[in-house]
Design a protein around this ligand. Sequence first.
Ligand SMILES: C[S@@+](CC[C@H](N)C(=O)[O-])C[C@H]1O[C@@H](n2cnc3c(N)ncnc32)[C@H](O)[C@@H]1O
Length: 266
Amino acid sequence: MARTLLVPLWARAEESRRADGLLRDRKAEEIVAAVDFDFDVLRGASASQLGCSVRGALVDAWVREFLVAHPDGTVVELGVGLNSRHERLDNGRARWIELDLPEVIALRERFFALHARRAVVSASITDAGVFDALRDRVEGPCIVVSEGVLVYLDRAEVRAVFSRLRAALPGASFVFDAMTAPVVRLQGAHDAMRHFDARFTWCVTHAQEVESFAAGVRVERSHSFYDLLYAHPRRLPRWMRVAGPVVSRAWPAVRRCYTINLARLG
Ligand SMILES: C[S@@+](CC[C@H](N)C(=O)[O-])C[C@H]1O[C@@H](n2cnc3c(N)ncnc32)[C@H](O)[C@@H]1O
């Protein structure tokens, strides 16, 4: 599961090298050059490369917006992987707490330096007390980001994440992505994930389903990944450029099969 972090890392590094890139991430470029992995296996995964970049750019925009409104707030990143959002967005005042499994936090230590406003937590988000421990470190308003993380959990685990987060950090914003059952069923054809053992597991019919996971949870924004992707048609493989509009006209649910969402926790 942890190895999946290589896909968005590679995607951001590739994006950063483009003259028309949707984001700049020199740190991702540096890490890709240093880690021992044959990124050539991902060479044909242009849709995933663009997909991770449009998703990352949207989440960056939401975090940037949060930091403008709350410059002294706290950004919590669950399943942070080798994401360098802190390097991309830090305003010199906010606190950052970055959480992932122990093996990932150990790997991060090779590339990222901590400082007084930046801390790491080495734990699983499925651990019962993990968010209570986080609460003691959060100062001011808080945005919690989980990008490409909940999809690897099962429904009971995701429900517990919402309910424990809501209890520990009421009022916080929570960014999460969610996919529908057909995406999970068809993951064997995914251009990048087929190179990894990890499996998408959690799925929803509508992202708003999470509102039933804990009292007071409200999905305030929900963006269609399809729309974000197809805003850049020339960067998609030809078969997707042709098939996407045809399939989405015949089956409009395609446009909501994967969403990136911003919820309020009570
Ligand atoms: C696809 S990667 C995404 C990494 C990062 N969010 C990004 O966008 O670059 C999924 C990440 O979730 C982490 N992860 C998966 N299950 C987790 C869990 N139960 N607790 C904490 N982190 C987890 C993995 O270790 C990995 O770093």
